[in-house]
Design a protein around this ligand. Structure first.
Ligand code: IFM
Length: 442
């Protein structure tokens, strides 16, 4: 398996999941700080107050990246560290943290990819309605523009949003994520304003004229397959496919929402102002694909949405309950390529949580994760052989971290983190990945 020259070998993280010190040095609280401090929201009452203490240990973490042989690192900026209330006054201490991090990465020969929004909206903006308020698109673009000015000369890869579908569905529709809303109308508005914020940020990026930087968006995608050939199962699988895979990509690449979903949500469908779709369609330079699993779906009249996910007996599932289905990575990459054309792609997340425990010598052997990475890389390679313009792979995640509503109970890392002592230990999957990357350089 030889990947193309210049392929990026990375790992990914997000600010609230690893940084800790959420209010340090003048940072403003985010919706995740608020949400995790609300009793009953997060398993075991966990919060991101300490997380992996990366805010203070970032230099050590760059050393770990070097040991892994990474040539790229995807991380997110906590909006509220830089602009504590989300707009207006700048907090230079917060900004300096990211400047130091970027410089440290560049010095180590590691290409930074910044995600501007990985779910931690400044809490003050939520008090004004958050993403359900159309103004949020402008607040986001202003923040993005500020970041391009400050770091655009040094950061070659920028992603506007991480998984807008998850923000809309889990944050505004089903309520498991911050801001914990359950309101279909607000969800549809939030989705539209996320798209608009993305488009406006892309326009601000172009206006800066950054010759060495490229911009894209990161979406969670995966095959949505019918459990049988029955027309009802096929119908629900198609609906989920349009909802998960097309709902954000069709507007970006075609300037329209998928009809089936719009018809399904009826009166709640987002109302686009005349110029919105033109802004949303602003040309991007790459698409980030986060792939974890597939869904097999059956019609179920007793369910409010009319469908249920069919558990795949006999298949390996991760601690998240997600089926390990490497072919799905190939299938979804091919689908994106065939559907939306020659856009450069990155696998911006792919990974698995397994129950890792150190042995008495303190080593963490995780053969299931080694298999997971290897089999997914095989499928990525297969896609490249068939012409898919895949440019990089970022394992999720560099280290065990705060897995949102599941707190610290799910370990995805290449590095095991002892959350009591903050000691990092490279798992056998980390050693495997390092050897694999080294092999690509020979
Ligand atoms: O931890 C998350 C990440 O923040 C976004 N994508 C999925 C990961 C695993 O659930």
């Amino acid at each position: 398996m030889q990947f193309p020259q210049g392929f990026l070998w990375g790992a990914a993280t997000a600010a609230y999941q690893i940084e800790g010190s959420p209010l340090a040095d003048g940072a403003g609280a985010s919706i995740w700080h608020r949400f995790s401090h609300t009793p009953g929201t997060i398993l075991n009452g966990d919060t991101g107050d300490v997380a992996c203490d990366h805010y203070r240990r970032w230099q050590e973490d760059i050393e770990w990246m070097k040991r892994l042989g990474l040539n790229a690192y995807r991380f997110s900026v906590a909006w509220g560290r830089v602009l504590p209330t989300g707009r207006g006054a700048v907090n230079h201490k917060g900004l300096d943290f990211y400047k130091r991090l970027v410089d440290g990465l560049l010095q180590a020969g590691i290409t930074p990819m910044i995600t501007l929004y990985h779910w931690d909206l400044p809490a003050e903006l939520q008090d004004c309605g958050g993403w359900a308020n159309r103004d949020c698109a402008k607040w986001f673009a202003d923040y993005a523009c500020f970041m391009f000015r400050e770091l655009g000369d040094r950061v070659p890869l920028w992603a506007t949003l991480n998984e807008p579908w998850v923000v809309m569905a889990l944050g505004y529709l089903w309520g498991q994520h911050a801001p914990g809303m359950r309101d279909i109308g607000a969800a549809a508005k939030a989705g539209h304003h996320l798209l608009l914020g993305h488009g406006k940020a892309v326009q601000a990026f172009r206006a800066q004229g950054l010759p060495n930087a490229r911009i894209g968006i990161v979406t969670n995608l995966g095959p949505q397959q019918p459990a049988s050939d029955s027309p009802q199962d096929q119908m629900v699988a198609a609906l989920w496919h349009n909802f998960i895979n097309r709902y954000f990509l069709d507007p970006i690449f075609r300037g329209e929402y998928p009809d089936t979903v719009i018809n399904f949500i009826g009166e709640f469908a987002p109302k686009a102002a005349p110029d919105d779709m033109r802004i949303i369609q602003s040309q991007i330079d790459f698409l980030g694909v986060n792939y974890y699993t597939r869904n097999v779906l059956a019609y179920d009249a007793s369910d409010p949405i009319g469908s249920r996910t069919v558990f795949q007996e006999g298949k390996l599932h991760t601690e998240m309950g997600w089926e390990v289905y490497p072919e799905g990575l190939y299938e979804i990459l091919k689908w994106v390529y065939e559907e939306y054309g020659e856009i450069p792609l990155y696998i911006t997340e792919n990974g698995a949580a397994f129950p890792d425990t150190p042995n008495p010598q303190g080593e963490v052997d995780d053969p299931l994760r080694v298999d997971y990475i290897r089999t997914h890389l095989e499928q990525a390679h297969r896609a490249i052989r068939e012409g898919v313009p895949l440019k990089g792979y970022f394992y999720w995640s560099l280290m065990d971290n705060f897995e949102w509503a599941f707190g610290y109970s799910k370990r995805f890392g290449l590095l095991y983190v002892d959350f009591e002592t903050q000691k990092r230990t490279m798992k056998s999957s980390g050693r495997w990945y390092a050897e694999f990357i080294a092999g690509q350089r020979r």
